[in-house]
Design a protein around this ligand. Structure first.
Ligand SMILES: Nc1nc2c(ncn2[C@@H]2O[C@H](COP(=O)(O)OP(=O)(O)OP(=O)(O)O)[C@@H](O)[C@H]2O)c(=O)[nH]1
Ligand SMILES: [Mg+2]
Length: 284
């Protein structure tokens, strides 16, 4: 019997396990694809621009960018063995928030893109991060990098102060601060277009590309371990749910059997009384 048939049977037997089963099935059917690096953050944070810069989409952008809200769906591109994943801004009223979030959860590394013009992380970003943390096998600061976009717009002192505040927010949220890079994707794209090495170097994008290339092998082996841990955790949860559901069924059957037994006893008592009465009448 194949896995889907087993799952269908289990679903029929214990319907409450449906969400867990779905997650397990998703995980089992996930292809062994490339390492996925996803950009997430508020709309207009510069996610798509950053991914265009990282992926080398200079003359023609692969990920559409705009000054207004733009990305509405998940979109991917390949970059030296990595898959870059663009996501809708957190506050976009996107058709399928769940699909977007599921995609983000399956990413191996998250680039949390934050525009320093917005100051520290806002409530929406913090809730989003907490939600990811709640559903991750690894601590948040290990599966996420903070990327401050619009690099060069703050003075060095302002940038240091802002980063200290944001790092403190991370420490409160998950106990540690993530690896952090400050980039200007527009400066990088401009530098490549106009062949200005100083702009390219100043943009911080090359540094980020190098960092991702260095992380590649680690991310790949981590992916296998995390997948196994996730499967193990889901199977354990499933086992607990199944045991609980079977115990409840067993209890219900026991009660039903007791009720039936008591009805049977009553009926037997009535029948004996009836037989006794008939016998007395016949012998009278
Ligand atoms: N000055 C400056 N502008 C930037 C930078 N990064 C992005 N922008 C601009 O910011 C605007 C929004 O950029 P996008 O990359 O579309 O932002 P996004 O986060 O993908 O936005 P949504 O798809 O709507 O969620 C565009 O006009 C970009 O040109 C940057 O580092 N510096
Ligand atoms: Mg976008």
């Amino acid at each position: 019997m194949n896995i889907s048939k087993q799952h269908a049977m289990l679903h029929q037997l214990v319907p409450d396990t449906a969400p867990l089963l779905e997650q397990l099935l998703d995980l089992e059917q996930q292809p062994n694809h490339e390492v996925v690096v996803a950009a997430c953050g508020l709309y207009n944070a510069g996610k798509s621009t950053l991914l265009n810069a990282l992926g080398g989409f200079v003359e023609q952008e692969h990920f559409k960018t705009a000054a207004a809200r733009e990305t509405r769906q998940l979109q991917t591109a390949s970059m030296q063995g990595l898959t870059l994943l663009d996501t809708p801004g957190l506050d976009a009223d996107c058709d399928d928030d769940n699909t977007a979030f599921k995609g983000v959860l399956q990413a191996d590394l998250l680039l949390m893109v934050h525009n320093p013009r917005n100051g520290e992380l806002d409530q929406q970003e913090l809730e989003y991060l907490a939600n990811i943390q709640a559903q991750s096998e690894q601590p948040l600061h290990q599966r996420l990098m903070l990327v401050l976009s619009y690099g060069g717009e703050l003075s060095a002192a302002e940038e240091t102060r802002l980063l200290a505040t944001i790092h403190q927010q991370f420490i409160e949220l998950c106990g540690d601060k993530p690896v952090t890079k400050v980039v200007s994707a527009t400066t990088y794209l401009d530098g490549v277009r106009r062949n200005k090495p100083a702009l390219i170097a100043h943009s911080g994008v090359v540094e980020l590309q190098q960092h991702l290339a260095e992380q590649h092998a680690d991310l790949q082996s981590q992916r296998v371990i995390i997948r196994q841990q996730k499967q193990q955790r889901l199977r354990q949860l499933l086992q607990v749910e199944i045991d609980h559901a079977l115990q409840q069924k067993h209890q219900l059957l026991k009660q039903a059997r007791q009720q039936l037994a008591s009805v049977l006893t009553q009926q037997e008592q009535s029948a004996s009384a009836l037989r006794r009465m008939l016998r007395e009448r016949l012998t009278a």
